[in-house]
Design a protein around this ligand. Structure first.
Ligand SMILES: [Cu+2]
Length: 123
């Protein structure tokens, strides 16, 4: 019995060392692994009177954020009836976020400069 307990204790010790080594390895490997598996970009930049990218594909449930990098105010207004989303005018440096839970194609434009258009494709 005593020998068995001794072996069990040794095994546990070896296992905990192995686990600690594995944890350390995982921790060390984690940053590049996470960077490589970063969630796809869900940001649309507004710059020089255009939405970039003009068409963005995201998974259902994603939140898309528009960032206004222009010195002009812009809006993000869904081009659909009924309207699914509409932002207030965004000043320079301001953001607007919208979560897309249902798959579909969502066209939008800037109500101040209607020639500015973009599309969010939700899959
Ligand atoms: Cu605009």
């Amino acid at each position: 019995m005593a020998i068995l307990d001794y072996r069990r204790a040794r095994l546990a010790k070896t296992l905990s060392k192995t686990m600690a080594a594995l944890c350390l390895a995982t921790t060390l490997a984690a940053p590049p692994a996470f960077a490589a598996q970063a969630t796809p970009a869900t940001t649309v930049v507004i710059d020089n009177f255009s939405f970039s990218p003009a068409q963005l594909s995201v998974a259902a449930g994603s939140t898309v954020t528009w960032e206004n990098h222009d010195d002009m105010p812009h809006t993000i207004v869904n081009d659909a009836t009924p309207r699914e989303f509409k932002s207030a005018p965004l000043d320079s440096g301001e953001n607007f976020s919208q979560t897309f839970s249902k798959p579909g194609t969502y066209k939008y434009f800037c109500s101040i400069h209607p020639h500015m258009t973009g599309t969010i494709v939700v899959k």
